[in-house]
Design a protein around this ligand. Structure first.
Ligand SMILES: O=C(O)CCC(=O)C(=O)O
Ligand SMILES: [Fe+2]
Length: 478
């Protein structure tokens, strides 16, 4: 994969930063030369919005109050002693409720999809082929209940057996390393089921590698995805954050927060997972009880010494929504646990992406300043962008462009909604888009102020300033 694994711990040592430096530098060079083309696209989008300006202003008035209420709702604070993740049937969860109570509030949820595969239209062929069976007596090395895939992954096996897949090894110190030797899917499927649980097929960019496979589609709750939009529209899909995972019994994803403050959704297709999550400090009111913490730590050996944890099981057909910056660790409970996992960013959490990059920048600046103010002053913008990108997967330029692209796309969506959609849907969706813009413009303003000296394109800065001042002067967004 070209980006960093989305499961790296957030703060990484300078050693690993340097080892990524060269590769990142190459990627960034290519990005800078693409910048003009990208700005062209963004400018064009902006002109399209302006062409509809009067209309957007006239049509949107009814929903703006509601949008404002959503985005200004106080952040959800939790009492961790009593925190339990909610299980909600997907048919009872509206898109609007998901935005309000999960994405804007930054609260996890466990969504149960229909068990009848025919009803579950989002799960295509990838989900329909699996049958888990109890391991026959005597075959398992221990007496624990255990299930494995009877058909050993028929759809993947029939079409993708010779694909090289990323198999990661969990080191005793909790670091995850990709195996040096190439492993094909066939080899993975035919592996000894009782082998070392330290191996885990994960972060397989399945859609990127097989764009026409059409094995599943993203459920509607998670489709407002600026991260994907950015890589698709502006970067010719040089990277993505859409993965397939296939782990054996007791394989683990160590404690981490997801890449760049993103949300993640993880849908189990076969098998069960045991999750341990930690409530971020700023969302906590009290500390929780010690016994609960000890239990969580037993289940998750790489847990950091922190008390605000809770655990839950995810069965097949269930989707976990992981909010931004909620640390988590996952243990697979069956011999075959197959899941799909995407990371995504939109107006509800783009502020986290900014905050993660800003934190890295601040720490780099203070490290450089230790060598003297002239050293910090002498560091060029490109160098800093490479370092920030090596630490958190995107440079400051890229985060700024992602935020601008998200805002412009949402504005265009609002315009389109006015033309094409029935009244009720139009109303709900424009509230969501508007609320998303209201949040994101604060982040865009922070990007061009805090990242100012590191933004390599003045044209980008100018366009951001124009869009921001338009939003500021528009009654709709204030
Ligand atoms: O399923 C796993 O092993 C890890 C999933 C995860 O970290 C995520 O969904 O963010
Ligand atoms: Fe994760």
């Amino acid at each position: 994969m070209t980006g960093l694994s989305h499961t790296f711990p957030t703060r990484r040592g300078i050693g690993s930063q340097v080892s990524h430096y060269k590769r990142e530098q190459g990627l960034l060079k290519c990005w800078t030369t693409q910048m003009e083309v990208q700005l062209d696209r963004l400018e064009r989008m902006w002109r399209e919005v302006l062409a509809h300006e009067a209309w957007v202003r006239g049509e949107l008035g009814a929903s703006i109050d509601e949008a404002r209420m959503w985005t200004r709702a106080p952040e959800s604070r939790l009492q961790c002693t009593s925190f339990k993740i909610k299980r909600v049937s997907w048919s009872e969860l509206s898109n609007a409720a998901f935005w309000q109570h999960c994405m804007f509030a930054n609260i996890p949820v466990l969504i149960t999809m229909p068990s009848d595969r025919q009803e579950n239209v989002f799960l295509g062929a990838l989900a329909k082929e699996w049958t888990l069976e109890q391991t026959p007596r005597g075959q398992s090395p221990n007496t624990e209940p255990n299930r494995y895939l009877v058909n050993r992954g028929s759809i993947l096996r029939s079409s993708y057996a010779e694909c090289v897949v990323p198999v990661k090894e969990l080191m005793p110190d909790g670091e995850v390393r990709e195996l040096r030797e190439k492993v094909t899917l066939r080899e993975w499927i035919e592996r000894d089921l009782w082998r070392d649980p330290a191996l885990y097929l994960k972060d397989w960019h399945f859609i990127k590698e097989h764009p026409h496979a059409d094995l599943y589609t993203t459920p509607p709750f998670f489709r407002e995805d600026w991260l994907d939009l950015y890589y698709r529209e502006l970067r010719s899909y040089c990277d993505d954050f859409r993965f397939v995972y296939w782990g054996g019994k007791n394989s683990i994803t160590p404690f981490h927060t997801d890449v760049l403050g993103s949300f993640s959704w993880s849908m189990n297709l076969a098998g069960s997972k045991h999750w341990t999550m930690e409530i971020p400090t700023r969302q906590i009111i009290h500390t929780c009880d010690a016994a609960e913490t000890a239990r969580a730590r037993d289940a998750a050996p790489f847990l950091s010494p922190c008390e605000q944890t809770f655990t839950f099981l995810q069965e097949s057909n269930e989707i976990v929504f992981v909010p931004s910056q909620w640390k988590h660790t996952v243990r697979n409970l069956d011999s075959d646990v197959l899941s799909v996992n995407h990371n995504w960013i939109n107006g509800a959490n783009v502020s986290f992406a900014f905050a993660v990059a800003e934190e890295e920048l601040t720490s780099m600046e203070s490290n450089l300043a230790k060598f003297g103010p002239e050293v910090l002053a002498g560091v060029d913008a490109a160098h800093m962008n490479v370092l920030v990108r090596a630490c958190c997967s995107m440079s400051m330029d890229e985060i700024t462009v992602l935020c601008l692209l998200g805002i412009l796309t949402s504005l265009k969506q609002i315009i389109k909604l006015q033309v094409n959609t029935v009244a009720v849907e139009k109303d709900v969706s424009s509230v969501l888009m508007t609320a998303s813009i209201v949040r994101a413009r604060e982040t865009l303003a922070k990007c061009i102020s805090r990242f100012a000296i590191y933004l390599e394109s003045e044209a980008l800065e100018r366009l951001c300033t124009r869009v921001l001042s338009w939003l500021e002067n528009s009654k709709l967004f204030n």
